[in-house]
Design a protein around this ligand. Structure first.
Ligand code: SF4
Length: 470
């Protein structure tokens, strides 16, 4: 069992027993589900909109080389720079070299899950560069030295009083739990950072190929301030974020907003295509885009898994997932949590270390039902389980069990004998009250559940008796 797997099981056991935590998450998700439901009803044909988004992303991902090169060409024509990073280390080095060569001391950052994926902020802070998160949820978790709890709502696990106590401790002059006053306090602190930072970093919701622009969507306006006030703007984006045409945004932006937060459209939607032009009075002097691969090309090469790259990071599958609702976001120990995280992470960080996430699912399919780009998430979880078995990445006990089961099931007599032995074993354990102890091979399950009584007869014996053969 991998270290990540052991940690996941330990944290999941702790969090699932924490009813206060579960209550907070349930309340947040229930509010989201109500808003998203109302949002979907605003569409005259939600299913047609989903289908269109699926087709847009299918076209982009299946012609990734063409659209990325088109995007790069147009950005460069406007005086921007594009860097292709094969992995996290290359991306971090590019950002660090750029920042140090330009004398950057402070960076303001709009929300970017790719920056979390490559662990950018700790690398920059080691060089003495201060990195300030400006999305309110990210700002809160940064003050707590935590990673985001959810890709869309990073501070979902905190109550108003948690945030009030945090601000009182960290921001000094704040002694209130009134939400508008808490927001105003964060705004006052962040304003100073926006005006003093030399570099702004953002993600990109989409890379629009035919316009050569990034499409950025935020609810707080922090994206616009981070990208227009500092003299350098750097964009971090996974290569799968490209879409073919500007007009695709007419469908995909409202669908993303509806699936992400239930809004008809997110408050601030911005298109940025380069540095400040010769006759423009504001905007950055330099514009850089880092296009990150980090395992995505391998996913692209796998035809059965490729559609995972369609993801627009709306978070809807996370909110629909009963496992997430029970164990919470930090338990996953990964940048991307919930169903999409369980599907994606083994590809980005290794099947040996992270295949256990494919089993953190009841395979109910709720994630697939809500995905706005129609990714068949629960099928991909199954594919990952298959890949884990093929890569011999499962625990030796599980592999031995299935080997023995395969040997027994191929012969009716062996199968009947194995069944009798298993029933006898169950009866002995239960008679001696040993189920759930270290002597019980099924203790991972029975230590938290009452074991069912051992059946007196097998299905074959009952069937035979009913049909006159037994
Ligand atoms: S997999 Fe689908 S539902 Fe989940 S975050 Fe991505 S786009 Fe949203």
């Amino acid at each position: 069992m991998s270290t990540a797997s052991r940690e996941f099981l330990r944290n999941a056991a702790e969090k699932s027993a924490d009813l206060v935590h579960r209550g907070i998450i349930r309340k947040g998700i229930d509010q989201y589900n109500a808003a998203a439901g109302r949002g979907r009803e605003r569409f005259s044909d939600w299913e047609a909109a989903r289908q269109r988004c699926h087709e847009i992303k299918w076209e982009a991902v299946n012609n990734l080389d063409r659209y990325l090169l088109e995007f790069e060409r147009r950005v460069k024509e406007r005086g921007g720079h594009v860097f292709w990073a094969e992995n996290s280390e290359e991306a971090r080095r590019y950002v660090a070299d750029l920042a140090t060569s330009r004398g950057v001391k402070k960076i303001v950052k709009s929300k970017s899950m790719v920056s979390e994926e490559i662990h950018l902020a700790p690398a920059l802070e080691k060089l003495g560069i201060k990195v300030v998160e400006t999305d309110l949820g990210e700002y809160i978790v940064q003050l707590r030295n935590e990673t985001p709890y959810h890709i869309v709502t990073p501070a979902m696990h905190l109550t108003r009083s948690d945030i009030a106590a945090l601000f009182k401790e960290k921001l000094g002059d704040v002694d209130t739990d009134d939400p508008p006053e808490l927001v105003a306090a964060a705004r006052r602190a962040l304003r100073r950072d926006f005006f003093s930072a030399e570099m702004g970093i953002s993600g990109a919701n989409f890379l629009v190929a035919d316009a050569g622009m990034i499409a950025l969507t935020t609810n707080e306006g922090n994206g616009r301030l981070s990208t227009s006030l500092p003299r350098i703007h750097l964009v971090l984006a996974g290569i799968e974020k490209v879409i073919p045409r500007l007009q695709d945004l007419a469908t995909i932006w409202p669908v993303l907003a509806t699936s992400g937060t239930g809004q008809p459209i997110t408050c601030y939607n911005t298109l940025i295509g380069g540095p400040r032009g010769p006759n423009e009075i504001d905007g950055p002097e330099e514009f850089h885009v880092v296009l990150l691969d980090n395992g995505r090309s391998e996913l692209l090469a796998d035809v059965s898994e490729r559609e995972v790259l369609h993801c627009v990071r709306c978070g809807a599958c996370i909110n629909a997932c009963p496992v997430f609702r029970t164990v919470g976001g930090h338990t996953y120990g990964t940048t991307y949590m919930g169903p999409i995280g369980s599907v994606l992470t083994p590809h980005l960080r290794g099947i040996k270390e992270f295949n256990h996430l494919s089993y953190a699912s009841s395979l109910c399919g709720a994630c697939t039902d809500v995905c706005p780009v129609k990714i068949e998430l629960h099928h991909h979880l199954l594919h990952n389980r298959r890949d884990a078995v093929n890569a011999s990445a499962r625990p030796w006990m599980e592999r031995l069990t299935f080997l023995m089961w395969g040997w027994a099931v191929k012969n009716p007599r062996r199968y009947a004998l194995a069944g009798r032995m298993a029933r006898t074993g169950m009866r002995v354990l239960q008679a001696l009250k040993l189920d759930g102890t270290v002597l019980d091979p099924a203790r991972a399950w029975t230590k938290n559940h009452a074991a069912p009584p051992a059946p007196q007869k097998s299905f074959r014996e009952l069937w035979g008796k009913q049909n006159g053969a037994g």
